[in-house]
Ligand binder design. Structure first.
Ligand code: MN
Length: 276
């Protein structure tokens, strides 16, 4: 198996070597990652200047390349250069990617880019405080999760978050109700206003979500999908359109006539309370 590894913290982040170390037990590894940190770049791609990659030595002696681009660029370039890629892994990110953070995450974007190319993508993130994460203690969990997910071949896109000291693994859904983006105003040395778009720690998690599992010190695995379509709204809109088209139709079938006429009459009557 050929495993392409990317991240958004940059090719020299300790998290990428930790992930490569575990992944190398499952197949052949190639690291293609941004040359500088690209955290919170989301799924940006570079379209206004050319991309290039350079081979770079990393601890562990992995086949590694640094790219002057975003995480999504790296996955595209890596898949192009290596031909047959079986799996894309991203991370291990220094910081969790939970709930609404999924929209900004470059770590998750690398996994998303994999699915856009028809490949499987799995993103790994972990907690980070003052000290660097203890990747040695996380290794068994990364291995366990990989073993588990490699068997779930129908799951194309997965978001995995590892707490500092995991006590188990849980399947979760993405937390939606809370958003930890906050604008903090300040001043530059010349007293001009500046702003930081930053993270405010949130309290209270909904059971069954990624944030909840992570707060309870469980490894959270969330299966995600590419399709953002709101099925309910689409169904409503289509039903409305079909209703209008049928009402306008000059030669409706007898069955359709029966269905639509009473409905439109009821609507007019109840809305304006005057006879049409
Ligand atoms: Mn990052």
């Amino acid at each position: 198996m050929r495993i392409l590894i990317c991240n958004d913290d940059g090719v020299y982040s300790p998290g990428i070597v930790a992930l490569a170390k575990v992944a190398s037990r499952f197949g052949e590894i190639r690291i293609v990652a941004p040359d500088v940190e690209q955290s919170s770049m989301g799924h940006a791609i570079t379209s206004s200047r050319p991309l290039r990659y350079r081979r770079t030595p990393l601890p562990g002696g992995f086949d590694a390349y640094r790219v002057n681009g975003t995480p999504a660029d790296c996955v595209a370039l890596g898949a192009f250069g290596w031909k047959r890629v079986d799996l894309v892994l991203s991370g291990i990110n220094l910081g969790p990617n939970l709930g609404s953070a999924c929209w900004h995450s470059g770590t998750l974007a690398a996994a998303k880019q994999a699915t856009l190319l028809g490949l499987r993508g799995i993103a790994f993130s972990t907690a980070v405080a003052e000290k660097e994460p203890d990747f040695n203690s996380l290794e068994p969990y990364v291995e366990k999760v990989l073993k588990l997910l490699l068997e779930k071949k129908n799951m194309a896109l997965l978001n995995v978050n590892l707490p500092r000291k995991p006590k188990g693994i849980l399947w979760t859904r993405q937390a939606l109700r809370q958003y930890d983006g906050e604008v903090v105003p300040g001043q530059d040395p010349l007293k001009r206003p500046i702003f930081w778009f930053t993270v405010r720690p949130l309290a209270g998690e909904e059971k069954g979500t990624d944030r909840w599992a992570f707060a309870q010190n469980f490894v959270s695995i969330t299966p995600l999908r590419q399709d953002l379509t709101d099925e309910k709204s689409l169904a409503q809109a289509l039903a409305l359109e079909q209703g209008k088209a049928a009402a306008k139709s000059a030669t409706p079938t007898p069955v359709r006539q029966k269905r639509i006429k009473p409905k439109s009459k009821r609507k007019r009557g109840s809305k304006h309370n005057v006879p049409p």
